[in-house]
Design a protein around this ligand. Structure first.
Ligand SMILES: NC(=O)c1ncn([C@@H]2O[C@H](COP(=O)(O)O)[C@@H](O)[C@H]2O)c1NC=O
Length: 508
């Protein structure tokens, strides 16, 4: 008896060649309405599914293959005599291969102006049912969900190597595919933040050469339909493939730059900003980010939120940078930067609301932690004045700038800033005074007259004392410690202006 393949595909690319190949290798083709038409138009012999089921396609295609003549043909185990007998009793013939790809739910969701009705109609029911039936019965049935597999499957058919092991791999792909499909549907039906099971799925962007270290394997995945404004949407204009650490650092730079509307440049090393500068022009902003810490920026990642012009490109090209990421590069800037073999240039349409609707997921052993992104913002209206002296206008501007910066530094974090530029960053220390000492030491003489931001309150006045000694004139911190008054007293004694934000920015 001839083998039978049921073909029912939404994405009809290359289906004629595949079907032809199957026929040449002794298969009979069964097909649904639209697919049958494509095959018939190409002169390929196929049997309409209605002729197998004895039942017409009804409800505008909502029911076409959902029939025991199809599903018993897919699910019967050939090696079980009773299954065989039941097929015979009901005059059902077995089906040996299913070639199905589903209604384009994801693409429909992404369509501009799409209606709920159209989205719901694009939830495929018959397709996944056949795919899952065939995949369950992988020892008897081959299942092809990915048009990218046609060539390989045909090759296996020709060589007679389409065995259970191969079919099991094809079946695994089906269950991944339908799980992803259902996860997208579930996400469309509700935007519940913390459902009883987390079914988010991710699509592979690329396998990476290695992970954080060369002995670790790694890959980069993205959420379906959510790339806009993220690294997954960036176009690489120049340079080698991104590494695992590049992706982490570039992502950190994008999260930071999303907090700035004015021309800003962010230099990142190991996920901490080593220099942040803002300015009238992107050139000024970058100069400040560079001057903030000309040592640490070496081998770093720089994100800029305005087009890179030739003048800025010239400055960027004078140091070794892993990545420059910007919304665009002028032609002249590109010709300057592409002369450097080892730099990676990424073009990305940035979006300052990029993190607002996303959740931050962190892996822990055996599970995940999920939380909102830290989108907390503090403006002049939100702060309260803790000390006798209030900050001057200039100090206040620098305090709010330092506050934006410290939010993105690993805790415990202290940032010193002046003149629209970070000048000292103390990151990831186990005690606050340790972070302060690092920031103060890095700033050197520039600390005198600068402002200081702390990501969390001062449990004791030691950091303020260190600030006094360094010549800091104003401090911004959340407030809320039992011993706030001790810090206030030190400030008052030395004429330092201190403000409270009422908001903490721990970052682990
Ligand atoms: N309802 C059914 O019985 C059914 N059987 C197959 N489909 C889907 O119909 C599509 C192909 O339809 P056509 O060959 O008419 O273009 C495929 O994406 C397939 O997954 C169905 N449609 C959706 O549920």
């Amino acid at each position: 008896m001839k083998k039978r393949a049921l073909i029912s595909v939404s994405d009809k690319a290359n289906i004629e060649t595949f079907a032809k190949g199957l026929i040449e290798n002794g298969y009979e083709i069964i097909s649904t309405g639209g697919t049958l038409k494509v095959l018939s138009d190409a002169g390929i012999d196929a049997v309409a599914v209605e002729n197998v089921t004895g039942f017409p396609e009804i409800l505008n295609g909502r029911v076409k293959t959902l029939h025991p003549f199809i599903h018993a043909g897919l699910l019967a185990k050939r090696e079980i005599a009773d299954h065989q007998k039941q097929l015979n009793d009901h005059a059902i013939s077995p089906i040996d291969m299913v070639v199905v790809n589903l209604y384009p739910f994801k693409q429909t969701l992404a369509k501009e102006g799409v209606t709920e009705e159209e989205i719901v109609e694009n939830i495929d029911i018959g397709g996944p049912t056949m795919l899952r039936a065939a995949a369950k019965n992988y020892t008897n049935v081959a299942v092809v969900v990915d048009p990218g597999d046609y060539e390989d499957v045909l090759d296996s058919v020709q060589k007679d190597t389409l065995d259970a092991a191969k079919c099991k791999q094809l079946a695994a792909k089906v269950f991944r595919h339908t799980a992803n499909y259902d996860a997208m549907i579930a996400a469309y039906f509700t935007d519940e933040a913390y459902p009883e099971v987390l079914t988010s799925t991710y699509e592979k962007v690329q396998t990476l050469r290695y992970g954080e270290n060369p002995h670790q394997t790694a890959a980069f995945y993205k959420k379906p339909n959510e790339a806009a404004g993220t690294l997954a949407a960036a176009e690489q204009l120049h340079g080698k493939e991104l590494s695992y650490n590049n992706i982490q650092d570039a992502n950190a730079a994008l999260e930071i730059i999303a907090d700035f509307d004015e021309p800003a440049a962010i230099a990142v090393k190991h996920m901490n900003p080593c220099g942040i500068g803002i300015g009238e022009t992107i050139y000024n902003a970058f100069k400040r980010a560079y001057d903030a810490d000309p040592v640490s920026i070496f081998g770093g990642i720089v994100a800029l939120n305005r087009e890179v012009d030739s003048e800025t490109a010239q400055q960027l090209s004078e140091i070794f940078l892993e990545i420059v990421i910007a919304p665009s590069f002028s032609d002249k800037a590109l010709s300057v930067l592409t002369k450097k073999k080892n730099i990676r240039l990424l073009e990305l349409k940035m979006d300052n609301d990029v993190v607002d609707y996303r959740q931050k997921v962190t892996a822990v052993m055996g599970g995940l932690l999920v939380q909102d992104y830290d989108t907390g913002k503090v403006t002049e209206a939100d702060i309260s004045f803790a000390t006798k002296r209030k900050p001057t206008k200039d100090e206040l501007t620098n305090l709010l700038f330092a506050w934006k910066a410290v939010k993105h530094v690993k805790s415990n974090a202290i940032v010193l800033a002046r003149d629209n530029q970070t000048i000292g960053v103390g990151a990831g220390q186990m005690n606050r005074i340790g972070a302060a000492n690092i920031a103060i030491e890095q700033a050197g003489e520039k600390a005198n007259g600068a402002v200081l931001a702390s990501d969390a309150f001062f449990p004791m006045p030691d950091t303020v004392q260190a600030a006094v000694e360094a010549g800091i004139t104003a401090i911004i911190q959340p407030g809320g410690s039992k011993r706030d008054q001790d810090s206030v007293d030190v400030c008052d004694k030395h004429g330092i202006a201190m403000v409270y934000t009422g908001m903490r920015h721990f970052k682990h």
